[in-house]
Design a protein around this ligand. Structure first.
Ligand SMILES: [Mg+2]
Length: 274
């Protein structure tokens, strides 16, 4: 949701792992601030969100990295949910796509005046989708996710129609989508990109001595890639976790969560060596 169109392209997305030396050279003597999506980035996409368990080795890497540079997890999940899954105290967590932010000495909530509409829309969705096998309505504080991964292929479209139908009755909410998910959230110009820029300001990391990195795998992460790209050449770096390559505003890529873990490990080792 940035003002500028992104240079979305499948071309020229070098692997931040395979070409780590070039990546490190680009970082130079700047300290990174690392922003991480959770599902599909740190853990493989699974059938049920509660089964997306963070590997202990990746948790250890993130903990090590957080001792070397600022680290924040920015997820579509509910704040408490993502914090529990990551399980590291003292990290910065941004839940509900950045609407709900918490960290040491930090608390920001966007869109509290939309909670009543979200409550009503949740009830409407539960009514509309009652009886659609596999459709999972998940209420987060600042969003309602409708998961379709376990819905029969020929019924997925009708779930989308139901979501659109409910959304039409709540003009203060808007629909966004992703992998096997529809989502209703407050219709305010706020997204993962705005959340990342706001965090950089709040944490005093907006200066040239810091290079923000964002790792993500999905459509909502493109908001963050665009926001970082819009800071200017070399002032923010997007890394999209994807296989096969897809159009993205990120400049770098990684194939899968395993590569993301390996990349974070390389980065931690490199930072520790100074
Ligand atoms: Mg994701």
């Amino acid at each position: 949701m940035t003002d500028q169109p992104s240079p979305a392209s499948t071309e020229g997305k070098p692997s931040a792992l395979v070409r780590f030396d070039a990546f490190a050279a680009m970082l130079g003597d700047r300290r990174p601030a690392v922003f991480l999506d959770y599902d599909g980035t740190l853990t493989p996409i699974v059938e049920r969100p509660d089964l997306a368990i963070l590997d202990d080795s990746v948790r250890a890497v993130i903990r090590r990295l957080a001792g070397l540079c600022p680290v924040a997890v920015v997820s579509g999940r509910d704040l408490d949910d993502v914090a529990r899954h990551v399980g590291i105290d003292d990290l910065i967590y941004a839940g509900s796509h950045g609407f709900d932010i918490r960290g040491p000495d930090l608390r920001t909530q966007i869109g509290e005046e939309y909670l009543g509409d979200l409550d009503e829309a949740e009830a409407a969705l539960l009514g509309r989708l009652h009886g659609v096998e596999g459709a999972l309505v998940e209420r987060k504080r600042f969003a309602i996710a409708i998961h379709t991964r376990r819905v029969a292929r020929d019924r997925k479209a009708s779930v989308g129609d139901a979501v659109q139908g409910v959304a039409a009755a709540f003009p203060k909410l808007r629909v966004t989508g992703g992998k096997e998910i529809h989502e209703l959230r407050p219709n305010v110009p706020w997204d993962k990109g705005k959340a990342v820029l706001s965090l950089l300001d709040t944490l005093g990391l907006a200066g040239p001595e810091t290079l923000p990195l964002y790792l993500g795998d999905d459509e909502t992460d493109e908001d963050a890639f665009r926001a970082l790209a819009a800071r200017g050449e070399g002032q923010g770096v997007g890394i999209r976790v994807m296989d096969p390559p897809a159009p993205s505003a990120a400049a770098w890529s990684l194939k899968d969560p395993a590569e993301a873990g390996a990349f974070l490990d390389r980065l931690a080792v490199w930072l520790a060596e100074g």
